[in-house]
Design a binder for this molecule. Structure first.
Ligand SMILES: *Cc1c(COP(=O)(O)O)cnc(C)c1O
Ligand SMILES: [Zn+2]
Length: 437
């Protein structure tokens, strides 16, 4: 089983160990690669591990001012809080440093006067997943692993493929054959070995887990590999740094950061939302922010496993048969359920459910009022905010951050379902006149 997978030589001096969120067992740094042995290896009920840090040592090594003044805008500047031996171990394809947009026309349209869009579609492979895949490649390379594999709905794989290409790391990718063509094209272009599984994402996930155990590959799969949370949490550091800079607070107290009141993020397996939570928890533990934001997870009515568990007060979600058009959040049995439920429950947030029609419709205001072209799973977070605003979960002057997790170029067919087809005209001025009438 996984606990015997072997120690690696890739540990950070700031990591003190790993703790199982199911049974509480703790492990020395590097003693286990994936999940705790206390649970079987399938479905949502995993012995999910949390990476532990020596915050006192970190506070001696870095400060918000050090981050602010670092000319490198990528996640490398956060390395004392990353599970890496040093920042140089990151692949040479910088990740993060994405913009936090004020989006004035969206503020006017919604009446939410402190709304921000964190556009993580602007990462090297055009999704949030680059934040995690950079860590996977760094750890695999530092440990001398020949092959990194992952199961993915598409974006995690594209991110792994891109990071691996830059670093010269071989990869094997398991995706459901229904993944959007743009995502599969990315995998092929970056040179991965791509296995399109005739089955669901969950089938691809289980097959990847088995193959990694059988062939000794390093497994990046979300929820199963505890280090993916650690890459994803960097978005929270950036949000806090960017809000602080925008509000001019740093001028008064350079060692303090500002957290938003609420963060909205779409949820499939639950790794991103768990990462958002971990990032703010780190900042709180360091004493750099004063309070947690409320964290809101948004799911489709056609992939509601975590919403259902949250409503029912359950620890482990019941699997669903997910069919949402937002492919990146189409998940039967969420793999990072423990962290995903804690993120909402511990912060006074909520899970919010939206219809697929509302998800696709949300692509338009984000693009037409904000200039942000999101894939359906990215627009889901904005659709969830609109729902939460209707339900009275947020107020007009709160500082609210909506994370766009993926670029609209990932799935242009979904976008054109809401825009309609383009008009074709003859190459004449008369045709232009006729078309404009
Ligand atoms: C993976 C992904 C999500 C969901 O992240 P989870 O960690 O599975 O909850 C949301 N949006 C996009 C674009 C993604 O690629
Ligand atoms: Zn355990």
């Amino acid at each position: 089983m996984d606990a015997s997978a072997g120690a690696t030589s890739v540990e950070s001096p700031f990591v003190t160990g790993l703790r199982c969120l199911r049974c509480g067992a703790t492990y020395a740094p590097g003693a286990v690669d994936y999940v705790c042995n206390c649970r079987p290896n399938r479905g949502s009920d995993l012995g999910t591990l949390d990476v532990l840090y020596d915050y006192a040592a970190i506070a001696r090594a870095v400060t918000p001012a050090v981050w602010r003044n670092d000319p490198d805008r990528s996640i490398g500047r956060f390395w004392p809080l990353l599970p890496l031996p040093g920042r140089a171990s990151l692949p040479p394809l910088p990740v993060g440093g994405t913009p936090l947009l004020a989006a004035p026309r969206l503020r006017t349209a919604t009446g939410l006067s402190n709304l921000w869009i964190k556009d993580d579609g602007r990462n090297p492979s055009a999704s949030f997943k680059d934040r995690a895949s950079a860590i996977a490649v760094a750890r695999a390379q530092a440990a001398g692993r020949a092959i990194v594999a992952t199961a993915s709905t598409g974006n995690a794989a594209a991110a792994l493929a891109g990071q691996a290409a830059a670093a010269g790391q071989a990869t094997v990718i398991f995706v459901p054959k229904s993944a959007p063509p743009a995502k599969i094209a990315q995998l092929l272009v970056y040179g991965s070995t791509v296995l399109a599984v005739d089955g669901s994402y969950d089938d691809a996930f289980d097959l990847c887990t088995e193959a990694c155990l059988e062939f000794g590959w390093y497994n990046r799969s979300t929820g199963y590999n505890p280090y993916m949370t650690e890459g994803k949490k960097t978005v929270s550091y950036e949000i806090a740094l960017q809000l602080t800079a925008q509000m001019g607070v740093a001028a008064h107290n350079p060692e303090r950061l500002v957290a938003p009141d609420a963060v909205f993020v779409s949820v499939g397996d639950g790794c991103i939302i768990g990462g958002v939570h971990k990032g703010f928890r780190d900042l709180l533990a360091l004493g750099w922010i004063e309070r947690m934001p409320r964290i809101y997870g948004v799911q489709s009515t056609l992939s509601p496993a975590l919403y259902n568990a949250w409503r029912a007060g359950a620890e482990i979600p019941e699997p669903v048969h997910a069919t949402t058009r937002a492919d990146s959040i189409s998940v039967d049995a969420p793999r990072d359920a423990v962290k995903a439920l804690a993120a909402v429950r511990a912060t006074g947030g909520a899970y919010v459910l939206v219809e697929d029609a509302a998800i696709l419709q949300a692509i338009l205001p984000l693009a037409r009022l904000g200039g942000v072209f999101a894939e359906p799973a990215g627009a889901t977070a904005y659709a969830g905010l609109l729902q939460a605003w209707c339900d009275g979960l947020v107020t007009a002057d709160e500082t609210i951050v909506v994370i766009n997790t993926g670029s609209g170029l990932k799935d242009v067919r979904a976008a054109m379902e809401v825009t309609g087809e383009v008009r074709v005209i003859a190459p004449t001025l008369d045709a232009v006149r006729a078309a404009l009438q």
